[in-house]
Design a protein around this ligand. Structure first.
Ligand code: GLY
Length: 365
């Protein structure tokens, strides 16, 4: 099953690569064709994911046109490296999947330069009082104390910068932020907050916000998936058992709340009558669980990842050559007006997870 699935994904990705040219996609239009975040949208947080799809499929097939298209995406993102207002905590998503993949596979100096510039900016967002990395930007400073669970996935940019330069500061900052996430974001039952607000001057925790989830006390499923994968990655980079324990508790909570359909809602608290789904949460969790299965030595996480991927493949995968995307039912946020539509990061993590299950693809994190 997995070989066949990987082959079909790579055939469609190659077709879409030829059709969509230099677009940097985020969502699809009403005909199912990719939009384009080049130009004014160049700093958008998802702008590395299509390049990530191209690199994963290049690693699988060796087709040079996929590599060349991914390198074009990477060069286009140079404009984002010069946009101070657009550089936020999401630099890992943007540059690990572009310059990071390129450097892993080709050792090009330009890619190394991009990685280190992005890592330096991310490290500069660290608040030493609260030991957290600031999430988003604003001119008023209102969000200076906001940190979000998603940031765990950007920490490998810092771990990697330490590995590349021999300077421990980057990895130290990443581990301090992961420690704050362990202590301040995870609830006793293993679920996690999306946003924690700190006093940026004293570091004191002021409260939490539901962010993209349904309401306070709920559990935004993509945030829970970021926690499974993100804590696992901090464990892999630091070998600190605290992070493995957090990943296991986040995973056990996720597994205990998967509906019988195997498809994932936007928030685990939303109720069975609410039709909002998020395939991206399922795909991120699946890829994180495959990593956790190895780190924790627990086969049940691999089995759970396979069940999630099987449900997506059987019920939510669009392999038609007429559309550009793979997965059909994603949601940005519970309170958005639109739900159950394609999103590029769902396609990325689905591709990554299927290839990982096969022992193929490239490790980005
Ligand atoms: N990092 C933003 C999101 O997951 O939607």
């Amino acid at each position: 099953m997995w070989e066949e699935l990987a082959r079909k994904i790579s055939e469609k990705t190659l077709l879409v690569c030829r059709r969509s040219g230099e677009r940097i996609p985020y969502r699809a239009d009403s005909r199912g064709r990719f939009d384009d975040r080049s130009g004014e949208g160049i700093s958008w947080w998802t702008n590395g994911f299509w390049a990530g799809c191209l690199w994963q499929n290049y690693a699988l097939t060796g087709r040079e046109e996929l590599k060349s298209a991914a390198q074009t995406q990477e060069r286009k993102l140079d404009a984002a490296l010069l946009d101070a207002g657009g550089l936020d905590h999401d630099s890992g998503f943007k540059w690990l999947l572009t310059a990071g993949a390129d450097y892993t596979l080709t050792r090009g100096e330009e890619s190394l330069n991009r990685l280190l510039l992005a890592a330096s900016n991310l490290a500069g967002r660290f608040n030493p009082r609260g030991a957290f990395i600031r999430a988003w930007n604003d001119r008023s400073g209102e969000k200076a104390g906001w940190a979000i669970i998603d940031c765990l996935m950007n920490l490998p940019l810092l771990y990697r910068a330490t590995a590349l330069t021999g300077d421990p500061r980057f990895g130290q900052i990443a581990a301090l932020h992961a420690g704050t996430a362990a202590e301040r974001f995870q609830r006793p039952d293993g679920s996690v907050e999306h946003i924690v607000v700190f006093d940026p001057a004293t570091g004191e925790k002021r409260g939490t916000l539901p962010g993209q989830g349904m309401a306070s006390g709920g559990t935004w499923t993509r945030g829970q998936a970021w926690a499974i994968y993100g804590f696992t990655l901090s464990y892999l980079h630091t070998e600190d058992p605290r992070f493995l324990a957090c990943a296991v508790r986040a995973a056990d909570y996720f597994l205990a709340h998967i509906p019988a359909s195997g498809l994932i809602p936007v928030d685990f608290a939303q109720g069975a009558d609410c039709p909002f789904e998020d395939d991206s949460a399922a795909a991120i969790a699946a890829s994180g669980l495959l990593e956790l299965a190895g780190a924790a030595g627990e086969r049940r996480y691999r089995d759970a990842a396979e069940r999630l991927l099987t449900a997506l493949s059987e019920k939510r995968l669009d392999l038609s050559p007429d559309t550009d995307f793979l997965l059909t039912h994603c949601s940005v946020s519970y309170h958005d007006r639109e739900h159950n539509h394609p999103l590029i990061y769902a396609d990325y993590f689905f591709t990554e997870a299927v290839l990982k299950r096969l022992g193929k693809g490239v490790f980005m994190w």
